[in-house]
Design a protein around this ligand. Structure first.
Ligand SMILES: C[S@@+](CC[C@H](N)C(=O)[O-])C[C@H]1O[C@@H](n2cnc3c(N)ncnc32)[C@H](O)[C@@H]1O
Length: 291
């Protein structure tokens, strides 16, 4: 019987896991707890489109290895596109070593599977579990990818603003440019923030000003004082677009607005949105027109 491993999403509490277990059983699944981790369940059929499934893996084999070469040999049986390894801390090798050793002897195949490899120590022996990730093929609905314009923010005052744009970059897979306008405090602040935090930074680049962007981009500024309606955002499809937002305190500078190809105002209120609210609304508008 094929077994499937469910890695439960981070939001699932201990009691909710019990609920999920019961629900799956009531729906006719064979369910068991995974002895490797309490954050997982093992089932006999794939569970699709459920937010509590962080990842779904079709288990292939479990074995004890005497040395890493044995595991590399086992991996050679499969057509592999990528190896994603979860290695417990007390195992005497790390995940990078597996990929490096594999690539010394074999090649990745773009048509192959993403391999799930898990290793843990069991009474001085290294136990290995191998499987195929099913998420990308079965769990995520296929959708057309919208390519969003690049985004910029001018001299953000607070790290909260930088963090919010970082979220946008990750969610919409956009490039984010932070324009520091030669302000050394702003530059230092942001550089330290990005250096100190080890999270995924998205695609953020720190730049001085928009001067060098004018040839390559249509620069679309956003301001309370703008005269262009949001609809004009999708005109001029030939040129790359940069959506440019001002900081919390004073918005875009006049000098910057003079360099923009148009200045858009969203809505008719005199109360400003936060820059990322305005950016999200603009990106949502583009999404609605592309679908
Ligand atoms: C909090 S607002 C800045 C408020 C600033 N005191 C001002 O008067 O511009 C931050 C940025 O969000 C964008 N923004 C906020 N509301 C907007 C709206 N209704 N239309 C277009 N852009 C907006 C602008 O880029 C603005 O610079």
């Amino acid at each position: 019987m094929t077994e499937y491993l469910i890695n439960l999403a981070r939001f699932v509490s201990y009691n909710e896991k019990k609920e999920i277990y019961r629900d799956l059983k009531n729906k006719g699944y064979f369910v068991s707890n995974d002895s490797w981790s309490y954050r997982r369940l093992i089932v006999n059929k794939p569970v699709k489109n459920k937010p509590f499934v962080a990842s779904l893996i079709e288990l292939k084999e479990t074995f004890y290895q005497n040395n890493l070469s044995q595991t590399i040999d086992r991996l050679s049986k499969y057509k592999i596109k990528e190896i994603k390894a979860k290695i417990e801390r007390n195992v005497p090798f790390h995940s990078k070593a597996i990929t490096e050793r594999y690539l010394k002897k074999y090649k990745f195949d773009p048509e192959g599977e993403t391999i799930y490899l898990e290793a843990r120590l069991e009474k001085d022996k290294v136990a290995i579990r191998l499987g195929f990730y099913l998420d990308d093929k079965e769990n995520i609905p296929v959708k057309k990818e919208v390519v969003y314009p690049d985004i910029g923010i001018e001299s953000p005052f607070t790290l909260g603003e930088v963090g919010d744009f970082l979220r946008l970059s990750k969610t919409f897979k956009t490039k984010v440019f932070i324009f520091t306008l030669n302000d050394p405090d702003c530059l230092n602040n942001i550089q330290n923030f990005l250096k100190e935090n080890s999270f995924d930074k998205g695609n953020i680049t720190i730049v001085k000003d928009i001067e060098s962007f004018r040839n390559e981009y249509e620069i679309i500024g956003f301001s309370m004082w703008g005269k262009d309606p949001l609809e004009t955002i999708i005109k001029n499809k030939e040129k790359k677009k940069l959506l440019l937002f001002g900081n919390e305190r004073r918005g875009l500078l006049k000098k910057t607005m003079d360099q923009c190809n148009k200045i858009i105002k969203i809505g008719s209120s005199s109360e400003p949105l936060r820059a990322t609210q305005a950016a999200s609304f603009a990106l949502g508008y583009i999404f609605s027109k592309e679908n």
